[in-house]
Design a protein around this ligand. Structure first.
Ligand code: SF4
Length: 200
């Protein structure tokens, strides 16, 4: 079915916005020298993405998806001019699946090629063979961690949304928001480590 090798053309890093969780942001802070600050983040109105099922955060009474900010040309703020991700080893989990997707079928994780990536990502070679087992195995481990992280992110987002800060605009409480979610991220990282599901 497929062979994939990233050719560093950065199509995916230019085309898609990147939703992040509190744990994605903690990984960046912990393992790079980058401190997360409000201008690194962007908010996407939930009402514009009805098909997307994802935890949301509230600011000024409006629901938003939390994402990485992008540069003026629309590319991710971490995309280097040479096409490389400047935080590659610690990039958000969502970035680590492309050009594959996972789905949960009862207790199983299924890994498939992302249909949208065919014809878009130049690193995909369709050769009529199945996705290699080692790729499936490592993405399945990642998917299990991702599923748990999203549940944790949902809990944190709900706590934020129930707080009085959520009535204010992101421009006014962005730093408070980051401190708030990072506190939970450190606690959740400990839990994931105990379960041996922490992904650096
Ligand atoms: S974090 Fe890295 S891999 Fe993810 S979109 Fe940005 S540059 Fe691309």
């Amino acid at each position: 079915m497929v062979i994939f090798r990233c050719l560093l053309r950065g199509h995916c890093c230019k085309k898609y916005w990147i939703p992040v969780t509190h744990l994605d942001l903690l990984r960046i802070e912990l393992y790079t020298s980058i401190k997360i600050y409000p201008k690194m983040l962007n908010l996407y109105e939930v009402s514009l993405y009805e098909d997307l099922s994802y935890p949301h955060v509230v600011f000024g009474g409006e629901k938003y998806f939390l994402a990485l900010n992008s540069k003026e040309d629309g590319s991710c703020l971490f995309l280097s001019p040479n096409g490389r991700c400047s935080i590659h080893p610690y990039k958000p989990l969502v970035c680590r699946f492309y050009p594959f997707v996972y789905s949960e079928k009862e207790d199983n994780i299924e890994i498939e090629l992302n249909d949208n990536a065919i014809g878009e990502c130049p690193g995909i070679i369709l050769n009529g063979r199945p996705i290699p087992e080692d790729v499936k195995k490592s993405l399945s481990i990642l998917a299990r961690a991702r599923i748990l992280e999203l549940k944790m992110w949902d809990d944190v987002a709900m706590q934020w949304n129930a707080s009085s800060y959520s009535k204010k605009n992101f421009d006014d409480v962005g730093s408070i928001f980051i401190d708030f979610i990072m506190k939970f991220a450190r606690e959740d990282m400990k839990k994931l480590r105990e379960m041996k599901l922490w992904i650096p």
